[in-house]
Design a protein around this ligand. Structure first.
Ligand code: ADP
Ligand code: MG
Length: 242
């Protein structure tokens, strides 16, 4: 069953056409890695899925519900996707534990004891059980990003969206975040990951999408596309990120 469906989607900022008639269907359990040059619309693509952006043409259907539906439906739909950003966006005045508890308490109405228990489990899962009482400022970038992943998972999302989750991290801290993402993928989560980490794309991705000029230029098996890029555009791009 398809979890995310783009039907001839157009997204414009003024005259700037950022998504140009995108058609795409993503099934449950797929790990879709999205690559492309800066400005090719990757972040906008993700933001349209959790309705942080409105579209000017076509339709996006998430778990059977259209982003063009009534406001109450759109609010619900927005909660289907957990999002992880390049800049971790944790609440600085809340501890790691309180950050992870925040969504369940305030958007899901989960009782406090239960939210706390689940948050502790999630922190353990991302390897941060010992850091539950730390504030973001007391954590490394890699640890903060792992808290951000735990926080996104806490709302029990249907799918997870990652927007360059390791780009702000020093190379030696990227691995710990990528490992957690791999664990999440191996549990069967549907994931859409914008990243320049080609090793992750090859190892964890089930599908690779190359965005270029507002269109999906390539869409296929990561290993095949990376070892035998079918177009000069993709070859050029891969040379730049390698
Ligand atoms: P990417 O993530 O691939 O680098 P983006 O989705 O961030 O690309 O941006 C795609 C295009 O949309 C760029 O030309 C960018 O300048 C433009 N854009 C993105 N967000 C906005 C916005 N809020 N207002 C106007 N233009 C925007
Ligand atoms: Mg971006």
């Amino acid at each position: 069953m398809s979890i995310v469906e783009f039907k001839n989607v157009t997204k414009r900022f003024g005259e700037n056409i950022v998504l140009d008639g995108i058609d795409l269907s993503i099934d449950a359990g797929e790990v879709v890695v999205v690559v492309g040059p800066s400005g090719s619309g990757k972040s906008t693509f993700l933001r349209c899925i959790n309705v942080l952006e409105t579209i000017q043409g076509g339709d996006i259907v998430v778990n059977g519900q259209s982003v063009l539906g009534p406001p109450a439906q759109v609010r619900e739909l927005r909660r289907e996707a957990g999002m992880v950003f390049q800049q971790f966006n944790l609440f600085p005045q809340l501890t790691a534990l309180e950050n992870v508890m925040f969504g369940p308490l305030h958007t899901r109405g989960t009782p406090k004891g239960q939210a706390r228990e689940q948050a502790l489990e999630l922190l353990a899962k991302v390897g941060l059980a010992e850091r539950a009482g730390h504030y973001p400022g007391q954590l490394s970038g890699g640890q903060q990003q792992r808290v951000a992943i735990a926080r996104a998972l806490a709302i029990k999302p249907l799918l997870m969206l990652f927007d360059e989750p390791t780009s702000a991290l020093d190379p030696e801290l990227r691995h710990e975040v990528l490992k957690v993402m791999q664990d999440v993928a191996e549990e069967g989560m549907t994931m859409i990951v914008v990243t320049h980490e080609m090793e992750f794309a090859r190892k964890v991705g089930s599908r690779l999408i190359f965005m270029d000029g507002g269109k999906i230029a390539e869409d296929g098996d990561p290993a095949t596309l990376l070892s035998q890029p079918p177009s000069q555009r993709l070859r050029d791009f891969l040379q730049h990120v390698a």
